[in-house]
Design a protein around this ligand. Sequence first.
Ligand SMILES: N[C@@H](CCC(=O)N[C@@H](CS)C(=O)NCC(=O)O)C(=O)O
Length: 323
Amino acid sequence: MGLLVDGQWQDRWYDTQKTGGKFVRQEATFRHWITADGSAGPSGEGGFKAEKGRYHLYVSYACPWAHRTLIFRALKGLIDWIDVSVVNPIMLENGWTFEPGDKVIPDPIHHADFLHQVYTADTADFTGRVTVPLLWDKQSGRIVSNESADIIRMFNSAFDTQGAAAGDYYPTEHKQIIDEINERVYNTVNNGVYRCGFATTQQAYAEAVNELFDSLDWLEGILSRQRYLAGDKITEADWRLFTTLIRFDAVYHGHFKCNLQQLKDYPNLSAYVRELYQWPGVADTVHFDHIKSHYYRSHKTINPTGIVPEGPLLDFNAPHGRS
Ligand SMILES: N[C@@H](CCC(=O)N[C@@H](CS)C(=O)NCC(=O)O)C(=O)O
C-alpha cells in the first residue's frame, strides 16, 4: 500500500497519527464526466462524449467502490461498450498490480505492471493515492474519473440516447431521499467498515463500530416497511449499500472487527442482499475469491500471517422471499 509523490511511487500505509487514530479517506482527484453530447458535467472539463468502445475501466473485484461501477455497467447493458482490466487482488508494497493470477485481466492500453503507471500516464508528476475504480478515455489518452459515485451516475444516463439498457437508478423524484440515504450509508456503512478496520485507537474504532451498527438497525427498519431504500423501486442507494453488505460476513465481520452482529442476524437486510445478488447480471460481478484474498492478504498490519479463513459458508442463492 502506498501512493505517488510527484510521480514517484512511495510505499506508505495510511497515516492515522494526525487524526487521533481515525481513518480519513482522501477525496478522489479526477472528476470529469462522460456526457451524452460531450459537454462538461457537474465537475471537471468537457470533451468526454458517450461513445461505444471509447472508454476503459480499471477495477479490482475485491473493492466495494469498483464493484458499484461493474454493477452499473452490467445493469445498463454496457459490457460490450466499456472494456475492463482487473488488478491482482493482493495489494502490497507496489499498490495495485497486474501480476498474472486467476481472473486478472491485464492492461491492453499501457501494458502496465502497476496501476500507478496508468495514473502517471495522465499526469507524470501526480501526487496522491492510486485507487480503483479508474475510468480511462482511449481517445484523448486521459483519465476521466477515479470517483465511483460519479462513474455510476455517468453509466446511469450518459449512454441512454445511444442504446444503453433502460433503467434510471437516480430518478428526479427520488433524488433528495437517495442523496440523504447515501450520505449516512457512505459515512457509517460503506466507509464505516473501513473506519472500524483501519482505526488505530480504541476510541476511533468504538465510535465507528457503534455508528455502523446504529445504521444497520436503521436500514433494517426501513427494509421491514418497504422493499427498497427509497421506496418500491430499486435505486442507486440500494446498489451502493449492496457492495458493502455482500462483503460483510465474509470480511468485515472478522477482518475489520465489525462484529456486534453478523448480517445473517438481520432478517430484512440479509434477504434483501440475496434479492440483489440474484438480480440479473449481478452475481457475475461478485468474486469472493478476490474479495477474501485481498483483505486478508493485503493488510499486513491487521492480519500479519496473511491466512485467509475458510468460512463463513454463505448461500446468496437461497430464496429471498421479498415479493
Ligand atoms: N473515492 C473512491 C475510493 C476508491 C478506493 O479507495 N479504492 C480502494 C480499494 S477498495 C483503493 O484503491 N485503495 C488504494 C489506496 O488507498 O491506496 C471511489 O469511491 O471511487
